[in-house]
Structure formats: C-alpha cells, structure tokens
Design a protein around this ligand. Structure first.
Ligand SMILES: Cc1cc2nc3c(=O)[nH]c(=O)nc-3n(C[C@H](O)[C@H](O)[C@H](O)COP(=O)(O)OP(=O)(O)OC[C@H]3O[C@@H](n4cnc5c(N)ncnc54)[C@H](O)[C@@H]3O)c2cc1C
Length: 351
C-alpha cells in the first residue's frame, strides 16, 4: 500500500485536546523507507508544504491555529521479542507508531516486568522515548535500552544507546538539541521475566493490595491497580479533551520560596509543599499554586480546569477553540504570578 499523504486534513482526532484545527498536509508513513522518501537530498520533498512537524498521538500538544506545513506521523507498528537472557532479562523492540498503552498491556500479558507502572499514559511509543514519560516511580528511561532513529538531513538510520539520550525528569536530547534532527522510528526496551514489582510510590502499594486481596502479584495486577488510580484522578481523553499536566512544576530560589511561604502564612493557606533539588533550588508543585488561586474546576467559556487536578486544562464542552485554551492559560499564569511572584511555564508544546 502506498504511503498516505493527504491535504487540508482535520487534526481533531490527532490531538487529545480535541482541537478542531487543520494541517495543510499530513503524511503517515509505515516504514523507514517511506520516511526516507519524504526527505530526498536531506530536505522535505519540494511538493510538500513547509515547515514539517512530527507528532505522535498529540497528547502533549496544543495546536494554537491551523498548521500551514506538513504534519508527519509514524504508523510503524511492530513488536519483536528476543529470547530471554540467562538473567531473565528480555529485550523487546517496538515500532514508534505503536500505541504506548497497547505495548504496556502486551508486556503484562507476557508476564514481563518493567512497564506496568506506566500503564494508561496516552500517546505512542516513539514519543514515550522523546518525552521520557513517567508515573508512579518509574520513567521510560529506566526500561529503555536504545532508540532507533532516522536522520532526515543525512538519510541515515542510527541506534542511540540510552546513555546518549540525555534523559532526566521528563527530558531528553530529542526534546532539546536534537529536535528536528532525529525522528524516532523504534525503541528497544529491557524488561525482565523475574519478579520485580515497584510499589513504593504514593498509594501504589495500597491500591495493589486492594486489587490482589492476597493473591500473587503479577505485572497485570499492578497494571489494573495503576489504571484504577489514574481513572480516579485524570480525565479520560476519549471523553474529555486534555493534554494531561499543562504546566511544569516551578523550581524557585530560597528568596522566592520565602515570599510564597509569607503569602501562605498571611492568607492562611497552610504549609507550602516543596522539595529540595540537588542544585539548591526548591520545587513547588504547580498544582498547589493553582489550587490556592482557586482554579480547581474553574470554567472559562468552553475551556476549563479539571475538578480533581488543577494542572489539567480541559476542553470542557468539546467545543473549545485554541484561543479559549490560550486565554485560560494566560489567566492562570497571571493569577499565580500576581499572588506568588512565580511565572508558570507550559509543559504542553504549543504549535
Ligand atoms: C490524560 C493525560 C494523562 C497524561 N499522563 C501522563 C503521565 O502520567 N506521565 C507523562 O509523562 N505524561 C503524561 N501525559 C502526557 C503525554 O501522554 C506524554 O507526553 C506522551 O508521551 C505524548 O505522546 P504522544 O504520542 O501523544 O506525543 P505528541 O504529544 O504527539 O508529541 C510529543 C512530542 O514528541 C515529539 N514526537 C512525537 N513522535 C515522535 C517521533 N516518532 N520522533 C521524534 N519526535 C516525536 C513531538 O514532536 C512532540 O515534541 C498525559 C497526557 C494526557 C492527555
């Protein structure tokens, strides 16, 4: 089957906010050869509109308007499992277009440990390696062994070891200096056939115990517990449009922290939750700042804030426009800045 290249395409089904925006062109490739054919001589094919932007499931994106260029999307979908090594480790190579949670479910069905705490995170496997997704004490970098990439400028394929990818908290070199340089085409994970649950984060242990009721732990049982925790806290993108946590947690100086603590004392807001980081800065949860500014459950036109988690902006009616989400974002940022002198930055990429 020929590669699918369409013009003037609605992206509504390709972003979890459910924004009704259009791309001048959408190219969905299903092999590295097809991807290479889009970049003859190192540049996007001359008959396709520019610029180009690669997306996955659109679950960490806000399209702020129609996109005038070419949106690229991977439909490279496969999963190959190698023979287990003597120590029980199992390598699995997965195509970038595989839905992340389908992959996690697949590992759990096989009794492989490693990905289960990352159940139900929206998006695709290629983006999981770009974003270094994380939840419940585990991040993608803990289980990634290497990342297969295509370099448009040279037409080369290469495999980058996990140690080269610059992984940190929700960070990678793919998101930073390698953005536009490499397109992720596959990810190789190192999983384990040996019993290795990770339960020491938040309420994971108690949620697991309520599901197992004394039965043996398996990756699938932990997956079920994680899914039930997530469903109780976060909107289901198939029902309410969102892009997950919209803002980054701010890291502030001692002076700014003291200012926040003063405001909290004066206004009777209680103790300010905070975490010291190794570089001496102090992380304050953005969710706390937003909650204290009254944003939980707020509604502005068709846009809103999730009632159980003020970090999550939602397409409240399903009819929100990018401008309505941007107006809500600006109002939230302004209120936190005015009250606490902290400038919140978006986690969600604006396109
Ligand atoms: C309800 C909800 C809950 C969420 N919970 C979590 C959570 O618990 N933990 C967490 O970490 N995240 C969470 N997220 C955020 C989101 O799921 C992740 O960031 C996810 O990895 C995005 O995947 P995607 O395929 O949708 O990528 P997109 O949003 O489409 O793209 C993300 C970035 O990756 C780039 N990209 C995509 N594919 C490729 C590729 N093949 N090669 C190179 N670059 C590429 C894009 O250009 C973009 O910069 C949540 C989102 C929602 C909506």
């Amino acid at each position: 089957m020929d590669m699918e290249i369409r013009t003037n395409v609605s992206l509504r089904a390709m972003n979890t906010f459910g924004m009704e925006v259009k791309a001048a062109c959408l190219a969905e490739y299903s092999s590295v050869e097809e991807l290479r054919s889009l970049f003859p001589e190192g540049n996007l094919r001359s008959d396709l509109p520019r610029p180009w932007h690669h997306i996955g499931g659109g679950s960490n994106l806000l399209f702020t308007k129609d996109f005038e260029g070419t949106v690229l999307h991977s439909s490279i979908c496969f999963a190959e499992e190698a023979e287990p090594a003597e120590d029980g480790k199992v390598k699995v190579r997965v195509g970038s277009g595989v839905i992340w949670d389908d992959f996690v479910a697949w590992t759990c069905r096989r009794g492989l440990w490693g990905a289960e705490n990352l159940s139900l995170i929206p998006g695709e496997t290629g983006a999981a390696a770009v974003q270094n997704i994380g939840a419940y004490g585990v991040e993608a970098a803990d289980i990634i062994s290497s990342v297969g990439c295509f370099e448009p400028a040279t037409g080369k394929e290469l495999t980058l070891d996990v140690s080269e990818c610059g992984y940190g908290y929700r960070r990678s070199r793919f998101k930073e200096e390698w953005k536009g340089r490499y397109i992720v085409t596959s990810v190789t994970f190192m999983l384990s056939g040996n019993y290795s649950p990770r339960l020491d984060y938040g309420n994971v242990r108690s949620a697991v115990e309520s599901v197992t009721k004394g039965a043996d732990l398996t990756p699938g049982v932990i997956r079920d517990a994680i899914i039930s925790i997530r469903n109780s806290k976060l909107p289901d993108p198939s029902e309410v449009g969102s892009a997950g946590s919209f803002f980054k947690n701010p890291f502030v100086s001692g002076d700014v922290f003291r200012h926040v603590a003063d405001v909290a004392r004066k206004d009777g807001l209680g103790d300010v939750p905070h975490f010291l980081s190794p570089d001496g800065s102090i992380k304050i949860p953005a969710a706390w700042l937003l909650e204290k500014c009254g944003w939980k459950g707020a509604v502005m036109g068709n846009a809103g804030v999730w009632g159980k988690q003020p970090l999550v902006l939602v397409n409240a009616t399903g009819k929100a426009t990018p401008d309505e989400i941007l107006a809500l974002e600006a109002a939230m940022v302004r209120s936190v800045q005015e009250r606490f002198s902290i400038l919140l930055e978006p986690e969600v990429e604006h396109i």
